[in-house]
Ligand binder design. Structure first.
Ligand SMILES: NC(=O)c1ccc[n+]([C@@H]2O[C@H](COP(=O)([O-])OP(=O)(O)OC[C@H]3O[C@@H](n4cnc5c(N)ncnc54)[C@H](OP(=O)(O)O)[C@@H]3O)[C@@H](O)[C@H]2O)c1
Length: 275
C-alpha cells in the first residue's frame, strides 16, 4: 500500500476511537483530506475497549499534539461524562460523535449527525425551515435529525416508527427541547407533508419493505434518504418515478466531515463540492 502522508515531529495527531476498530471509516476520509488541503495532520484508528476509555482519554489529554477524535461505537455515550463541555446537539441527542481538545486541553464533544443532514439539504437547495416534515424511523440517526429539524424551524414534524413507543419517546423529547415546534407521532403516511425523510435502515437491502407507500406520494413532495449505499434506494427510485424531487444519503455524511474538520481547526470545503 502506498504511503500518502509525511509524518514529522510537527504533525498534529487526530484519532478515531472505537471497539471493534477494523471497520472505521474516518481515517480513510480525513487523511486524504489533510493531504489534499496541505495540512500537516494525521488521523489514526485507536482501538479502545470500553474498560479503557477513561484512562485512554486521560492519556490523550496529556498529549498536546493530540487534537481530537471521531467517536464511534461503543463510546458515543460513555465519553460524555469525560468531556468538559458538550455542544447543544450532543446534549439533546445524548450522544457524541466527535470531540476535540481546546488550547486549555478541555475536551469539547458534540454530535453533528443532524446538522450534517440539515446542512446537506440546504446545500442541495432544500431548506427545511417552515416545511412540514415526516420522519420515518426513531433510531440513533433519527434522534439527531429530529432535534436538528426542530432547531431549524420546521413548521411541523411527524415521527413514525415501527416500534411506536420509540416514536412517542422521541416526540416527547423533541417537544420538550423545542416547545414552539409542533411535533407529533405519525403514521408512515406522507400525505400532507412537504418533505419525507427515511431514517430507517429499510432500503439497505433490495428486498426490504418500503418505508412509505409511494402511491401516497405526490410530485410536490421531496423524498429524502440517509442511506448511502445503495445510492438509489428503492424508495428514492419509487419517489422519482412518481415525479418527486429526491435527496440522497451522501450529503449528510459529507457535511458532517466538514463540521468535524472545523472543530479540528480546519475550514475544508464540503467533500465533493470542490474540484
Ligand atoms: N448518511 C449518513 O451520514 C448516515 C449517518 C448515520 C446513519 N445512516 C444510516 O441510517 C440508517 C439508520 O441508522 P441508525 O444508526 O439510526 O440505526 P438504528 O438506531 O438501528 O435505527 C434503525 C431504525 O430503522 C427501523 N427499522 C429497522 N428495520 C426495520 C423494519 N424491518 N421495518 C421498519 N422499520 C425498521 C428501526 O425501527 P425500530 O425502532 O422499530 O426497530 C429504527 O427506527 C442506517 O441505514 C445507516 O446506514 C446514515
Amino acid at each position: 500500500m502506498q504511503a500518502t502522508l509525511t509524518i514529522s515531529g510537527k504533525t498534529r495527531v487526530f484519532g478515531c476511537i472505537a471497539d471493534p476498530i477494523g471497520h472505521v471509516r474516518a481515517p480513510s476520509v480525513f487523511n486524504p483530506l489533510f493531504e489534499k488541503h496541505g495540512v500537516d495532520a494525521v488521523m489514526v484508528p485507536l482501538h479502545i475497549p470500553p474498560a479503557g476509555l477513561e484512562a485512554a482519554i486521560a492519556g490523550l489529554r496529556a498529549m498536546p499534539n493530540f487534537k481530537g477524535m471521531a467517536v464511534t461505537l461503543p463510546h458515543k455515550l460513555p465519553i460524555m461524562p469525560l468531556c468538559d463541555e458538550i455542544g447543544r446537539q450532543g446534549q439533546f441527542v445524548g450522544a457524541v460523535n466527535f470531540a476535540a481538545f481546546d488550547d486549555d486541553r478541555r475536551l469539547i464533544g458534540d454530535n453533528c449527525d443532524g446538522t450534517g443532514f440539515v446542512n446537506g439539504m440546504l446545500a442541495a437547495g432544500f431548506p427545511v425551515k417552515d416545511k412540514q416534515v415526516l420522519m420515518v424511523g426513531s433510531g440513533g440517526a433519527a434522534r439527531a435529525i429530529a432535534f436538528s429539524l426542530a432547531d431549524s424551524g420546521v413548521a411541523r414534524l411527524g415521527i413514525a416508527n415501527r416500534t411506536r413507543e420509540k416514536a412517542e419517546e422521541l416526540t416527547a423529547a423533541v417537544s420538550a427541547g423545542y416547545p414552539g415546534v409542533p411535533v407529533e407521532v405519525s403514521e408512515a403516511d406522507p400525505r400532507g407533508f412537504d418533505i419525507v425523510v427515511n431514517t430507517t435502515s429499510l432500503g439497505l437491502r433490495e428486498d426490504d419493505a418500503l418505508p412509505v407507500d409511494p402511491d401516497l406520494l405526490d410530485p410536490s413532495q421531496l423524498m429524502a434518504e440517509i442511506i448511502m449505499n445503495p445510492v438509489d434506494t428503492p424508495i428514492l427510485k419509487a419517489a422519482k418515478a412518481k415525479g418527486c424531487r429526491i435527496h440522497y444519503g451522501r450529503p449528510m455524511f459529507d457535511h458532517q466531515v466538514t463540521i468535524i474538520a472545523k472543530m479540528f481547526g480546519y475550514d475544508f470545503p464540503v467533500p465533493g463540492s470542490d474540484a
